[in-house]
Design a protein around this ligand. Structure first.
Ligand SMILES: Cc1cc2nc3c(=O)[nH]c(=O)nc-3n(C[C@H](O)[C@H](O)[C@H](O)COP(=O)(O)OP(=O)(O)OC[C@H]3O[C@@H](n4cnc5c(N)ncnc54)[C@H](O)[C@@H]3O)c2cc1C
Length: 625
């Protein structure tokens, strides 16, 4: 393919979705001359599916992205229209923030941020090929015949690669939301030997709000007290919109059953593998046939549109069936569909081909992020984009890679699961995937990550100083509360008023905060001269005190984990030379090239016995040396 080189960059990002935006901003903010390409600049940070950011596990990712100096948390704090902390009845490990977004505003704010970022150029253009010489990437060729040279390229193409839309019996080549698919690049990646998979996902219809009867639904309001996603924001006040809850019924299920054969999913047209945790409605009706009803939420798409998103009702049924079953639902009897539901199939890479830095194992300087890596979700994409962007820069600067392990961050769990275990369906994060979730909470993401990112060159001085100030204030207050004794005579009246057991002997304020019926705020009545803490600081303080015992226990488990994680392995070691290793283990170890014994132990097909063989082998090598 002939091309002419227009310019040279340090880093080129193909894609301006949730992954591409974080990758491009990270690279530019760390001083690299960066180019970000998108087939259509209107798809910058496009929310192709649900109009929300966060939720169980995903909220943790957003807080971590923010703590590292990424943009998603700041952007949703600008564009949210409702905010809710989920799972508050459970422990702090699973408290998850979820914010409804004004999709247009989210796009506009992110585009403004990209346009005003130094070192970053954004360009509308379709990449059709990579320039690869001697297994090293050196640039990108565009559909126009122009090309750009760079020492690192980040692939963040989402659901566009060889995108194919399915609505009933009909299917056609397209990206999401009527945007064009990216076919030539898909062909070129295969030509360059990348191992590709075919995945699929689906989205529900969008309806016109004024055609719904909200009187037949249950209003879902946001929280009165809004917790910002970004640690850079202390307080957020905004009028919030409501979402609405309604349910399918037997009529809905009957219409769907009558049309099973016309669903692209059941009709067998779709070859791509879909997300188990985001099933289509026909999949739910089929799999859970005993369920009388399935809940669905009506979510506004924004403040300047009357379009609403029908959450929980994605489908690849033909349009007539869609209208028929949507109109059986309470409140949707007269619904007008403005965008039909559809399923989309797309190419993505097998993430086992990637290192923990998200660099490709066989093509130097080529990084991959987002849905392209087999994950699903804005938050998962953004997290990978950030890590890929940071590592592309650190490698170009000859510096140590930026790695997060499973005990440091949900981002560490996400990337380790993808590149060590691989995935057979679009991977979404969940709190149950994190074995150390009590210490991987939303509230302490800054303590876990900000300093590490500041030292690596991404988190700003302002963010680091703000974090430090809060950390010191919380530590000081913790010490004060543990040293501040109160006498029964002084506070038993207060305890009685708060239905808390009266004191017999003096105790500390910290001990009182441990009581489930008491908290730091309440104790303000008997402890007026306390220092001022931010709301975020108060949350951190309370969790540290109330869950101290559990946290200590978990930290002991982490110490064990670190022992194996710190047993480093050579990236190019040939496992065929280790006698006693089973053939399957040799193959899997040589394919994955784990960076530690810990990672090796998580590869499927590598047994604990194989790990013992490895430990003995390396111990013998060490002694010989
Ligand atoms: C139909 C549908 C349903 C979904 N359902 C869910 C769901 O239920 N749950 C969930 O969590 N997530 C869902 N998602 C996924 C969610 O939208 C994605 O996870 C998220 O957008 C991925 O972000 P990304 O940055 O990887 O890719 P995207 O946001 O898709 O961005 C890709 C970017 O790459 C650009 N691009 C692609 N090819 C080229 C090229 N050759 N040259 C230049 N630019 C290129 C595009 O223009 C775009 O800017 C769904 C998405 C779709 C489309």
């Amino acid at each position: 393919m002939s091309y002419y080189v227009l310019d040279e960059y340090d880093v080129i990002v193909i894609g301006a979705g949730h992954a591409g935006c974080e990758a491009g901003l990270a690279a530019a903010r760390m001083g690299m001359k960066t180019l970000m390409l998108s087939i259509n600049l209107e798809s910058i940070a496009m929310m192709a599916c649900n109009p929300s950011v966060g939720g169980t596990g995903k909220g943790h990712l957003v807080c971590e992205i923010d703590a590292l100096g990424g943009e998603m948390g700041i952007n949703i704090d600008k564009a949210f229209i409702q905010s809710k902390m989920l799972n508050t009845a459970k422990g702090p490990a699973v408290h998850s923030l979820r914010a409804q977004a004004d999709k247009e505003e989210y796009h506009r704010e992110m585009k403004k941020t990209l346009e005003s970022q130094d070192n970053l150029d954004i360009k509308q253009g379709e990449a059709v090929d990579l320039i690869i010489e001697n297994n090293k990437v050196n640039g990108v060729v565009l559909k126009t015949g122009s090309a750009y040279r760079a020492n690192a390229v980040i692939l963040a193409t989402g659901t566009f690669l060889r995108g194919r839309i399915f609505i009933g019996e009909k299917s056609y080549a397209s990206g999401p939301n009527g945007l064009s698919a990216s076919v030539e690049l898909a062909d070129s990646l295969k030509r360059h030997g990348l191992l590709m998979r075919r995945f699929k996902t689906g989205t529900p219809a969008r309806a016109l709000g004024k055609t719904l009867n909200y009187g037949k639904m249950i209003e879902q309001c946001g929280d009165e007290e809004i917790v910002p996603f970004s640690f850079m924001n202390d307080d957020l006040q905004k009028d919030q919109v409501s979402c609405w809850l309604t349910y399918t019924n037997e009529n809905t299920h009957n219409v769907i059953r009558d049309n099973f054969s016309r669903s692209a999913l059941f009709g067998g047209q779709i070859e791509g593998i879909g997300p188990r945790y985001c099933p289509s409605i026909e999949d739910k009706v089929n799999r859970f046939s005993d369920k009388e009803r399935h809940q669905l939420f009506i979510e506004p798409e924004g403040l300047t549109t009357d379009e609403v998103y029908i959450q929980g009702m994605s489908t690849s049924m033909p349009e007539d069936a869609q209208v028929a079953f949507y109109r059986t639902i309470a409140g949707l009897e007269n619904v007008k569909i403005v965008r039909p539901a559809y399923a989309i199939e797309y190419d993505c890479i097998d993430p086992l081909e990637l290192k923990m830095t998200l660099e490709h194992k066989k093509i130097e300087g080529l990084y991959c992020a987002g849905q392209f890596n087999g994950s699903s979700g804005y938050e998962e994409a953004a997290a990978q984009g950030l890590i890929a962007g940071m590592n592309a820069v650190l490698k170009l600067n000859g510096k140590e890679p930026f790695l997060l392990n499973r005990a440091e961050a949900y981002i560490g769990v996400l990337i380790d699961d993808l590149v060590t275990k691989g995935t057979n369906e679009p991977y979404r994060i969940m709190t149950s995937r994190a074995e150390y979730r009590l210490i991987l909470r939303q509230d302490n993401a800054d303590i876990r990550l900000t300093e590490k990112s500041y030292r690596a060159g991404l988190a700003t001085e302002e963010r680091y100083r703000k974090f430090e100030k809060n950390r010191e204030a919380v530590e000081r207050e913790l010490v004060r509360l543990k040293k501040s004794y109160v006498l029964p005579s002084k506070i038993n009246g207060f305890l009685e008023r708060n239905n808390s057991t009266l004191l017999q002997n003096k105790t500390t304020l910290a001990e009182l905060i441990k009581r489930p019926e008491l908290n730091y705020e309440l104790l303000g009545e008997i402890d007026p001269d306390r220092p001022k803490l931010s709301k975020h600081g108060i949350t951190q303080l309370e969790v540290k005190i109330k869950y101290e015992g559990y946290i200590v226990k978990q930290l002991q488990q982490v110490e064990k984990f670190k022992k194996l994680e710190n047993r480093k392995l050579l990236g190019d070691f040939d496992y065929n030379q280790v006698d006693g290793l089973r053939i399957e283990a040799r193959q899997k170890l040589n394919q994955t090239k784990p960076i530690s014994i810990g990672q090796a132990s998580r590869i499927s097909g590598v047994s604990p016995a194989d790990i013992n063989v490895l430990l003995i082998y390396f111990e013998k090598q060490r002694r010989k040396k």
